[in-house]
Design a protein around this ligand. Structure first.
Ligand code: TRP
Length: 342
């Protein structure tokens, strides 16, 4: 199958923060698996323009970009097989973003969850509704639409919180086509979101959803000693060794399930029924996670020591990406009337 015929899967990773095992299980691992399916052409990119919305510490933006690129490569993403690039290396995205800004209704953005949540928080605190809200935050879904539409993506794997943004991208594509495309040939494809209900949403150390904002994460590439320490901090209850324990309410078991095969899951279930000590369950959990992550961790550390190599991979990815974005943008410019005069 030629690349032109393949189903296009596209997703972005905001480069703020360090990936944790919840990101790994919920997003990175399934995305890398999907990229191995040769019916798909995957576009995976580092959303560093999106990072600027949340993070105004330049060194952190750089560090996170390096770490996230190294993470995906260390976990086996094959840059030969997918299009792996950094958003800011594709000037066409920023340009399309402006064109979309000029067709996107402001009222649509007023309804975006992230913006509404910020307004609600301000009002609850007696502040001006738009206190501390930048245009970047407000128009964030337009940039995300540009990311998606620039590559005529068909499927966009996202978490539930991002569904609305993909729907907004569809709206913008429709509006753009309505205004500028001839009836028979739409300029922009309408994307669909893809939410995978099978992948686990991991619990964090305190039993709530694992999330940077709760400070309850297990970073993905901790050294062995620190990984063990983090696992030891997972919240349990006061049941003694020998007392049967309920796997389905235990964070230790929930994380176990995300790394274990069917047989290992059944074994641990039985061990809980037999009253395994919390300390022993955690020791086994450490061993299971460590077995999966030890090799990638080594590759990750090697990659981090070679930022010039990572940069080279990203530059090659940008070149590949621009083979798609440059011709489409030329067509879009022409269709809106930005044309050579003679
Ligand atoms: N906004 C997404 C997030 O925070 C990241 C992202 C940016 C994205 N551009 C995208 C995801 C385009 C999918 C498609 O998770």
């Amino acid at each position: 199958m030629s690349n032109q015929e393949k189903q296009r899967i596209l997703t972005g990773i905001t480069t703020s923060g360090t990936p944790h095992i919840g990101n790994y299980v919920g997003a990175i691992r399934p995305a890398i698996e999907a990229s191995r399916n040769s019916d798909n052409l995957s576009f995976y990119f580092l959303a560093d323009f999106h990072a600027l919305i949340k993070c105004q510490d330049p060194d952190l933006v750089e560090q996170s970009t390096r770490e996230i690129a190294a993470t995906w490569l260390a976990l086996g993403l094959d840059p030969e097989q997918v299009v792996f690039y950094r958003q800011s290396d594709i000037p066409e995205i920023a340009e399309l973003c402006w064109m979309l800004n000029c067709v996107c209704a402001k009222g649509l953005m007023n309804r975006a969850h992230a913006y509404k949540a910020a307004v609600d928080a301000n009002q609850a605190g007696g502040e001006d509704p738009d206190f501390g809200i930048t245009m970047g935050l407000f128009s964030y879904p337009v940039l995300m639409a540009a990311d998606i539409l620039m590559f005529n993506a068909n499927k966009v794997p996202v978490g539930k919180d991002q569904i609305q943004h993909v729907e907004m991208a569809r709206d913008m594509a429709q509006r753009f086509n309505h205004l500028f495309a001839s009836n028979k040939k739409p300029l922009l494809s309408l994307p669909e979101y893809q939410v995978d209900d099978d992948v686990a949403v991991l619990q964090g150390l305190d039993g709530r959803k694992m999330s940077k904002s709760y400070g309850n994460t297990i970073p993905l590439f901790l050294g062995e000693k620190q990984l063990r320490e983090h696992i030891n901090k997972i919240k349990t209850n006061l049941l003694e060794p020998g007392e049967p324990k309920d796997p389905d309410t235990a964070t230790v078991f929930q994380i176990w399930q995300a790394f274990a095969n069917a047989e290992q899951q059944a074994q641990m279930r039985q061990a809980f029924a037999d009253g395994i000590a919390w300390g022993e369950a955690k020791k086994q959990l450490f061993e299971l996670i460590n077995a999966e992550l030890a090799e990638p961790r080594e590759r990750y550390n090697e990659l981090l020591a070679k930022p010039a190599y990572i940069e080279e991979v990203l530059q090659a990815g940008a070149e590949k990406a621009r083979q798609y974005s440059a011709p489409l943008l030329a067509q879009l410019r022409n269709s809106v009337g930005i044309r050579k005069l003679g």
